[in-house]
Design a protein around this ligand. Structure first.
Ligand code: G4P
Length: 195
């Protein structure tokens, strides 16, 4: 999506080899006009699917998930990162092993809000190693809902998450795919056919 790529080029800051800071428009301060355009693009991409729920993970996926949900006319459910060891009650749970943050945590969704009657679109701001997205996919499988695919704002295509998840047969649509980046030269994007 050209608008997002241009914004990343203009306002994104590369840190080291593999961290892209986009906190001025995506995951700290949020540009809701840009979000509206991204929401429309997710709707265009998944138009043929009869989505009943959008599922994301706290915290920074929630904003874009809400804007996208308005385009689809469906509710958003966000998986909560659970701090308690004893998870009880009627929840689906899954483990996320984040390499970026070097920790393991549980994510939970109440059984009240996801079930076999649902068709789910996953939405998140970043796809890197794919740990968070993998956790969400497990929750959907556990719930018996069907999975339409995942809509991602920024995929770091030089990290393995996207390929890993596509190889599982899950449709992943990323609005900007970063091929490589460096502090000196900035960000280079994949051409559209380089999926
Ligand atoms: P991982 O396995 O390396 O942890 O990668 P994953 O794709 O699951 O992403 C994990 C988290 O790291 C996500 O946030 C994602 O937003 C964030 N992330 C990964 N790469 C980058 C990057 O280059 N820049 C920025 N700004 N964030 C990145 P999270 O754990 O879900 O936490 P939250 O920020 O949503 O609260």
């Amino acid at each position: 999506m050209r608008l997002l790529e241009e914004r990343i080029r203009r306002d994104g800051i590369v840190r080291g080899e593999d961290v892209l800071k986009v906190d001025s428009f995506l995951n700290h301060q949020m540009d809701v006009e840009l979000f509206a355009e991204m929401g429309k693009e997710f709707k265009r991409l998944f138009e043929r699917e009869e989505i009943t729920k959008i599922l994301t993970i706290e915290a920074s996926g929630i904003g874009i998930a809400c804007v996208a949900a308005q385009c689809f006319g469906v509710p958003v459910v966000f998986a909560k990162k659970s701090k308690t060891k004893n998870i009880e009650g009627d929840v689906y749970t899954s483990k996320v092993e984040s390499f970026t943050h070097g920790r393991v945590y549980d994510i939970i969704v109440s059984k009240k809000f996801l079930g076999p009657e649902d068709k789910v679109l996953l939405i998140d701001d970043f796809l890197a190693n794919g740990a968070a997205l993998m956790g969400l996919i497990s929750l959907v499988w556990e719930s018996g809902a069907s999975l339409a695919g995942a809509g991602i704002c920024i995929e770091k295509a030089f990290q393995p998450g996207g390929e890993r998840i596509r190889n599982m047969g899950v449709r992943v649509e990323s609005l900007a795919r970063v091929k490589c980046m460096s502090e000196e030269t900035g960000v280079e994007f994949c051409k559209e056919r380089e999926v």
